[in-house]
Design a protein around this ligand. Sequence first.
Ligand SMILES: O=C(O)CCC(=O)C(=O)O
Ligand SMILES: [Fe+2]
Length: 299
Amino acid sequence: MTTAPERTADLYPTRGATEVATPRMDPVVWSGAGAPGPIAAADLADYERDGFLAVDQLITPDEVETYRRELERLTTDPEIRADERSIVEPQSDEIRTVFEVHKISEVFAGLVRDPRVVGRARQILGSDVYVHQSRINVKPGFGATGFYWHSDFETWHAEDGLPQMHTVSVSIALTRNYDTNGGLMIMPGSHKTFLGCAGETPKDNYKKSLQMQDAGTPSDESLAKFADAHGIKLFTGDAGSATWFDCNCMHGSGDNITPYPRSNVFIVFNSVENEALEPFAAPVRRPDFIGAREFNPVR
Ligand SMILES: O=C(O)CCC(=O)C(=O)O
Ligand SMILES: [Fe+2]
């Protein structure tokens, strides 16, 4: 098994024989208090405590239209459908996710560079940032499957080699999030504990885990403990609203059996000071379109 070089201590052990909880060793907000940026000081303090920050209207209705059209174009283009970047629903065979949209679409590349977007990421992480992953998620309704509970950092550490919790995600709603159509749920405050999961990572785990999570899945007992301690918050809001959340939040989403689609664009910013190393707990790296290996700062 390939492991990270000896000199890089593994702060967050995972995928061993048993589940292990480790207290977070890293800051949540990496810039000093009062650091300039689009996020107000009080909101930054809430983000530190809860691990997330909801923004009611990050982009305007006109912009939502632009991004929604682009999502439509990408998910109906046969060439993109055939590309390895596209993941389809296990049941219906419909496109569920397209990765690396900031590379295959000028429109989404522009969104990443938008000061309202990258500015908040820089402010939270206190440094220049690059895109570790970007994707559009489509939950068309009438039975699209959800994402089981997980910490993104658990996977990015184990399988992509991110050494520290110096990473933030933004999920921008392109359709309205009701309380019924499979919206994002986060356990507030869960980002302060790292839950190392039990079980070795199979080779090519990502192919399966992108459709249905297996390795890197917390036990029922731990999820119950986390939920009792932290509660569960569901994010609702209009298209154009956004949820910023720390890489170690325990989060997931349910199936969408309503007729109302739920689509979003999802961008993961990592600090340039936290470049991906070798996987900490997996035999091989995941492909670059899932975990970037170019660390060029967003300009
Ligand atoms: O937006 C969602 O439903 C959750 C997606 C998610 O957790 C992920 O893409 O890692
Ligand atoms: Fe996630």
